[in-house]
Design a protein around this ligand. Structure first.
Ligand SMILES: Nc1ncnc2c1ncn2[C@@H]1O[C@H](COP(=O)(O)OP(=O)(O)O)[C@@H](O)[C@H]1O
Ligand SMILES: [Mg+2]
Length: 210
């Protein structure tokens, strides 16, 4: 269970969250919906330890965690909007770069883990391909595999369908629903209400403050 208590966050003089509360039960799919500018991406970045907060408390299974600890614990694996794969690196290198550089994983261990994830996601034949040669759906799965390299307890997806053709939406739905069977917690940010309804155990709305 991930809990956000009394979260406040401003950018300059723009208040994004004030005394915001959120409960994310384990193993569920939580969809976060709402108009652009509401703070959905910011919330995911906070939970990944990539963004500071002004006030509030983040608890994981009842244990209070600082933003630094959140990042170190690799609690949340981030599937970035538009995937953000490194164009000059192969699929395999996209997966292994950060675990080797920032987590001290050996090259051998990282490549072994990456190969297993690529196999699981039907990408084994693309390990040495470069992102430009992949379809949107394949890039999406590479981004997911990359997020899973750190063995996160939560996967956060930022607008996972926004860069895909509409017919690929079903594929992403199935991917997320299949992950659910592994017991992993998933937070899916989207502005697509239908998509949210198709996948989510719970839908949470975040609207811009005026
Ligand atoms: N690094 C930043 N510096 C200043 N303003 C930011 C920054 N990141 C986000 N914002 C602002 O915070 C608000 C919420 O942004 P965001 O979390 O990206 O919303 P959403 O993902 O719901 O569209 C927006 O008004 C955005 O312009
Ligand atoms: Mg966003």
């Amino acid at each position: 269970m991930l809990e956000v208590r009394n979260l406040s966050k401003t950018f300059g003089n723009k208040q994004i969250f004030s005394n915001y509360h959120l409960l994310i039960p384990e193993g569920q799919i939580i969809a976060i919906v709402g108009q652009s500018g509401g703070g959905k991406t910011t919330l995911l970045r906070i939970l990944a330890g990539l963004e500071t907060i002004d006030a509030g408390e983040l608890l994981y299974n009842g244990e209070s965690m600082s933003i630094d600890e959140l990042e170190k614990r690799n609690l949340l694996g981030f599937v970035f909007q538009d995937f953000q794969l490194f164009p000059h690196l192969s699929v395999l290198e996209n997966l292994t770069l950060s675990p080797i550089k920032t987590m001290g994983m050996t090259k051998e261990a990282a490549e072994k883990k990456a190969a297993g994830l690529l196999e699981k996601l039907g990408l084994a034949n693309h390990a040495h391909a470069y992102p430009f040669s992949l379809s949107g759906g394949q890039k999406q799965r590479v981004a997911l595999a990359r997020a899973m390299m750190i063995d996160p307890e939560i996967i956060g997806y930022d607008e996972p369908t926004s860069a895909l053709d509409p017919e690929l939406r079903k594929e992403v739905e199935q991917l997320i629903l299949k992950n659910r069977e592994t017991g992993i917690t998933q937070i899916v940010v989207t502005h697509d209400m239908q998509f949210a309804e198709n996948i989510a155990d719970q839908i949470i709305k975040i609207e811009p403050k005026h």
